[in-house]
Design a protein around this ligand. Structure first.
Ligand code: SF4
Length: 196
């Protein structure tokens, strides 16, 4: 995080500054707690769902549907990308047999976070972050390292929240139950599906 952003965070804690943030959302359940935390800090959010990593298409449509439902619950704008799984497969080519949490996942984060940063830049939004760190199945330090690199390459501030902290994962599960959201049983791509 750069010095300017650190100053912004300090002012936010004092309730004096709000930011407009493009939030990359991976699915409905993970979005709930993250949205509540960011809204409680006074930020204005736009939700963005790219996620061509998800396989098959029906699963991707289901996760998109529930992410959109969450946007309606919290009265937020929701933007999505067209599904392009072949593009994602090409991006991770050669890493198919990597274990979960390995190099393929870092590339997968890179693709979605690059799309998020580019969408933020297109919309004139100066900050972006992601729900990916809330999941206990994803390594926050890896997500954050990729987010910082992407942010500095595209020229948009990546906010390095670790939403797992303060029981974020358990709270997101509770909220997902409260709102009747679909909760998936695998990470997303066909390589994670095969392991279930
Ligand atoms: S296991 Fe999950 S994070 Fe890793 S490549 Fe597949 S969809 Fe992406």
């Amino acid at each position: 995080m750069n010095i300017t952003l650190q100053k912004e965070r300090l002012l936010i804690i004092e309730g004096e500054v709000e930011m407009k943030i493009l939030l990359h959302v991976c699915c409905g359940p993970c979005s709930t707690f993250v949205i509540e935390q960011l809204k409680s800090e006074g930020h204005e959010l736009v939700l963005f769902f790219p996620n061509s990593n998800i396989y098959p298409k029906e699963e991707r449509e289901k996760r998109k549907l529930y992410a959109e439902k969450v946007s309606e619950i919290y009265e937020l704008d929701f933007i999505f990308d067209e599904y392009n799984h072949p593009e994602w497969k090409e991006f991770v080519r050669g890493l198919e047999s990597e274990p979960s949490g390995g190099k393929r996942c870092a590339k997968c984060f890179e693709m979605n976070l690059t799309k998020a940063a580019m969408k933020a830049r297109e919309l004139g939004i100066e900050n972006f972050t992601t729900t990916l760190t809330v999941s206990r199945f994803k390594k926050s330090h890896m997500v954050i390292a990729v987010g910082r690199a992407v942010g500095s390459r595209i020229g948009v501030n990546f906010l390095d929240y670790d939403f797992k902290k303060k029981g974020g994962y358990d709270k997101s599960i509770e909220l997902a139950k409260k709102y009747g959201l679909y909760q998936q049983s695998y990470c997303g791509c066909e390589f994670s599906l095969r392991k279930n």
